[in-house]
Design a protein around this ligand. Structure first.
Ligand SMILES: Cc1cc2nc3c(=O)[nH]c(=O)nc-3n(C[C@H](O)[C@H](O)[C@H](O)COP(=O)(O)OP(=O)(O)OC[C@H]3O[C@@H](n4cnc5c(N)ncnc54)[C@H](O)[C@@H]3O)c2cc1C
Length: 416
């Protein structure tokens, strides 16, 4: 490759890889940089769902009972380090404000404008990359122990169906037992989200997109993104194989993006929800769908390696030492829901960092006041889902094409 790619993309998670691939597909010579291998950050260990149903981003709870349960810090869904609370006060207040029903529904319109494309955009890339065998169709299940939470979830499902074309089937106790006989009997009911795809190895998917990108002539290099410098009209970055200059630069470093943007004068109010996973051997009677325990807030996702248990959200400093609490709590609950859940398969829990914004929308678009600089991060709970769609939107904007949707709601300036 020439020493002068047209674009340098920083960050080879699912978002950065998808952007690089969408650019390369449009004939832009692209260099992708990461300090580790592709897809080894948060994109490595998620629950693997391409969530067509996730048209409404995760709100901050507004119900008093839920807030009190979180405040006691004993829930499986949310665990926080007390030392974090002063730092989180301002983003949490904004997050809470934006989660009020009318505002949340307005935000969901912008979120859904991206989400509705997620299946087509993944299928298009996976088809080209020869990776469709990593997808399992058949959707996923949300199960409830309590009738009250089920009623609330069914109301929300009806709203998503009516407003955003989400499809689902309401399940009663017997239907859940029929679909997933390995689950404990007597659940109140659930929802079968029928459109989503399940990825059986998220890391392999990111690598497949990366391999296709390099087959098209794109280049992946290792290096520290913090070495970037403006060099006249170009951007220069140090790689393991020497410096590289590009005309345009994209920052897609997930939760690490503010480390760079702050030096460039942009201070996004990003906060993180950390999450853990562990694999277990399948019960003799295997689990066929990914299952969310909606009342407890963890997920069981059948993957190539075994059943991946993913935890809820841990509010801690991004770089704080790991905690055993989220996985211990989730595993105890999971063994009740799935009594045949086997032994642990990994030597230690994996941890990832979801990058979140207080208005629940990702940051995608041109950097304020910096020519040739673009941002794409802040995908929180749905980065796997939205990688290819984000890549398409950004590549269309960078190429001067008419974007498939109005990019204004995601513009970085909203945080200036
Ligand atoms: C437990 C859990 C379950 C989840 N389940 C789902 C799900 O089912 N569906 C879904 O859509 N989403 C899910 N998510 C969210 C999803 O995984 C993330 O939104 C997504 O991975 C973010 O992708 P990214 O490319 O922005 O970031 P990352 O994958 O974190 O990539 C950022 C990259 O930047 C690199 N980097 C950082 N700093 C530097 C530096 N200084 N120099 C060079 N490189 C650097 C890192 O090495 C990393 O590779 C889940 C997340 C978690 C934690």
């Amino acid at each position: 490759m020439t020493n002068h790619p047209s674009v340098i993309v920083l960050g080879a998670g699912i978002v950065g890889v998808s952007i690089a691939l969408q650019l390369q597909l449009r004939g832009r010579q692209t260099l992708l940089l990461d300090r580790q291998g592709p897809g080894e950050g948060t994109s490595f260990g998620n629950a693997g769902l391409i969530q067509r149903e996730a048209v409404m981003p995760h709100p901050f709870p507004r119900a008093l009972a839920k807030m009190l349960s979180y405040a006691r810090n004993r829930s499986t869904e949310v665990y926080y380090r007390g030392t974090m609370l002063p730092r989180l006060a301002i983003p949490f207040m904004q997050y809470w404000y934006n989660s009020q029903q009318e505002r949340h529904r307005a935000i969901a319109r912008h979120y859904a404008a991206l989400i509705i494309h997620c299946l087509d955009d993944h299928l298009a890339l996976a088809g080209l990359a020869g990776a469709t065998d990593l997808f399992r169709s058949g959707g996923w299940l949300q199960v409830h122990t309590h009738g009250e939470s089920l009623d609330h979830a069914l109301q929300e499902a009806a709203y998503k169906a009516e407003q955003f074309g989400v499809t689902y089937t309401a399940l009663d106790t017997a239907q859940i037992a029929q679909m997933e006989s390995a689950l404990r009997p007597g659940l109140a009911g659930g929802i079968h989200w029928t459109q989503p795809l399940a990825v059986t190895d998220p890391h392999a998917l990111t690598r497949a997109y990366l391999n296709y990108f390099t087959r098209l002539g794109g280049e992946f290099r290792t290096g520290n993104a913090q070495s970037i410098q403006r060099n006249h009209a170009a951007w220069r970055v140090q790689t393991a194989h020497g410096p590289i200059e590009g005309a345009e630069l994209v920052i897609a470093l997930g939760a690490w993006s503010p480390d760079l943007t702050r030096a460039l004068g942009f201070h996004p109010p990003l906060f993180v929800k950390r999450g853990y996973h562990m694999h277990y051997s399948q019960p003799a009677n295997p689990l066929c769908h990914a299952v969310l325990d909606a009342d407890q807030g963890y997920m069981l996702a059948p993957m190539q390696r075994g059943i991946r248990l993913t935890t809820g959200a841990e509010f801690a400093h991004r770089d704080a030492p790991r905690s055993a609490v989220p996985l211990t709590r989730a595993e105890a609950q999971a063994r009740q829901l799935l009594p045949g859940l086997g032994t642990r398969l990994d030597p230690e829990a994996w941890m990832g960092v979801r990058p979140c914004t207080p208005d629940m929308l990702p940051i995608i678009g041109p950097a304020p006041g910096q020519k040739g600089l673009w941002y794409a991060f802040g995908h929180c709970h749905q980065g796997l889902t939205l990688g290819p769609t984000t890549g398409r939107l950004l590549a269309e904007m960078m190429g001067g094409e008419t974007p498939f949707t109005d990019p204004l709601p995601y513009r970085p300036e909203r945080f200036v």
